[in-house]
Design a protein around this ligand. Structure first.
Ligand SMILES: Nc1nc2c(ncn2[C@@H]2O[C@H](COP(=O)(O)OP(=O)(O)OP(=O)(O)O)[C@@H](O)[C@H]2O)c(=O)[nH]1
Ligand SMILES: [Mg+2]
Length: 307
């Protein structure tokens, strides 16, 4: 790994912060061009900081995806808030993400106040991306919103885009690189995330639980990989994972009638992991109750959230 700074080479950490479900993880995956961070159509999908690395001629951007910012007293929410604060702290550039047609009804969402409080006072360049412009019928709808954000005076640049279609993401990338300091390449060029394959596989399983189960179960689920055994001569990975829930009733739901739900979670997760890791996968899943794990620091540790 080369840490010798090339003349004019730019590099650094970009923290992506914003309310739950605005598209932070979709944007990271789009810019990196790989699945780095899991995406789901409901809030609070991302739990920890996830780094995605973008290598371009003359620059290395390290994108730090964070959990959606919101303030609730449960231990798991406070853990997520700490992850966001740490990501802002380590960043060279902060990218705030909001969505069009959000709850502000054409104005900045009042619930974003917590985001502004978290970034204010930071001496770093703060950029604002307005996501999901593909959902607008008329592009002029953007203008009043842009004016409002402009008036806040907080942002070095305002960039409308769609992480889903890719529109505007090239401009965003160029803007981020412009605001990065000069510096060395921190990660080898072939590396696109600092996550282990083991951690990524556990996240892909958690995503399938989120997509299959309803109500409070996604918020009560954690996944721990018990076994990750690569068998290169057969191009196969043998995985065994534990799905933690908080109550017996949730365990029953995740397993389903005659094991139906767990089987379909397993099938979908196995396909996803095969696609992302490019190897055949043998996957075994078990469900276990870690009573009320999300409510205490000890509980969080017991399911693998140890920071
Ligand atoms: N229409 C549209 N949908 C988008 C866009 N970007 C993301 N989405 C959708 O928004 C939902 C949330 O996306 P995520 O990337 O998981 O959002 P997030 O901000 O990481 O959410 P948390 O991790 O919960 O904070 C998913 O259903 C995405 O497909 C976009 O540009 N346009
Ligand atoms: Mg996310």
């Amino acid at each position: 790994m080369s840490v010798v700074a090339q003349e004019g080479f730019r590099s650094g950490f970009v923290c992506i912060a914003g309310r739950p479900n605005v598209g932070k993880s979709t944007l990271v995956n789009r810019l990196v061009g790989e699945t780095v961070s899991i995406v789901a159509p409901r809030p609070q999908t991302t739990r920890t900081r996830v780094r995605g690395i973008v290598n371009r001629p003359g620059a290395q951007l390290i994108l730090v995806d964070t959990p959606g910012i919101h303030d609730r007293p449960r231990a798991v929410n406070q853990y997520m808030l700490k992850e966001i604060r740490a990501a802002i702290e380590e960043a060279d550039v902060v990218l705030c993400l909001v969505e069009v047609l959000g709850r502000g009804g054409g104005k900045p969402d009042p619930e974003d106040d917590i985001l502004w409080r978290a970034v204010q006072g930071s001496q770093k360049p703060i950029l604002l991306a307005i996501n999901k412009i593909d959902r607008l019928k008329h592009r002029e709808q953007l203008l009043p919103l842009m004016a409002r954000y402009h008036d806040m005076g907080t942002f070095a640049e305002l960039l409308p885009l769609s992480a889903l279609t890719g529109e505007g993401t090239q401009r965003l990338e160029e803007a981020l690189i412009r605001h990065l300091p000069t510096g060395p390449r921190f990660f080898p060029e072939e590396m696109y995330t600092d996550q282990t394959q083991r951690a990524l596989a556990a996240e892909l399983i958690r995503r399938q639980v989120i997509l299959h189960a309803e109500e409070e179960i996604p918020y009560s689920t954690a996944v721990e990989m018990e076994r990750f055994e690569e068998i290169p001569e057969r191009n196969l990975i043998r995985l065994a994972a534990l799905i933690f829930v908080e109550k017996d009733s949730q365990k029953g739901i995740v397993i389903g009638r005659g094991g139906d739900m767990l089987r379909s979670i397993g099938t979908a997760a196995r396909k996803d992991i095969q696609r992302v890791l490019g190897q055949r996968v043998f996957l075994e899943l078990r469900v276990k109750v870690a009573r009320n794990w999300s409510r205490t620091t000890r509980g969080l540790r017991s399911v693998g959230y140890s920071k």
